[in-house]
Write a protein that binds this ligand. Structure first.
Ligand code: CO
Length: 144
């Protein structure tokens, strides 16, 4: 592969789809031992309910569908128990990243929009990324 115009940043989070955020919170807390779990909140533009589990080096983003037309509802039809949904990497500039991904032949799904961290995100269709749904997220200005 030739060099990228931008440099891929840190893994911000792994998205995990679940039919029940409450049950997943219990699992991460009681089975896996997570101690820093945020309050779940609704993200209507993406039709998901979200909860972040903080880890020392990253986060798990628990995603429960908000409505039957949620993309996560479709995922759960194929994976009723839930499962790994996407990985999210930080980039310095989301519009530059979207233009570069498109120029390189990846399929960017929709326009940049506000993600669960309050910064702009895009998603790349898994057909162009080795079967992995990739989220790129503009790095928060006050982070790291
Ligand atoms: Co995400």
């Amino acid at each position: 592969m030739s060099g990228a115009g931008h440099e891929l940043g840190r893994l911000n989070h792994v998205g995990v789809a679940t039919p029940s955020i409450d049950r997943s919170i219990a699992l991460y807390r009681d089975l896996l031992g997570a101690t820093k779990i945020g309050e779940p909140f609704d993200l209507p533009p993406q039709k998901v309910r979200v909860c972040f589990v903080d880890l020392p080096n990253s986060q798990i983003e628990l995603l429960e569908p908000l409505g039957e037309d949620s993309p996560v509802a479709k995922f759960l039809e194929k994976n009723p128990a839930g499962g790994q949904h996407h990985v999210c990497f930080e980039v310095p500039d989301i519009h530059a990243a979207a233009a570069e991904m498109t120029a390189k032949g990846a399929k960017v799904l929709g326009e940049p929009r506000i993600g669960a961290h309050g910064t702009l995100v895009i998603f790349l269709h898994p057909k162009g990324t080795g079967g992995v749904l990739v989220e790129l997220m503009e790095r928060p200005k006050d982070a790291h």
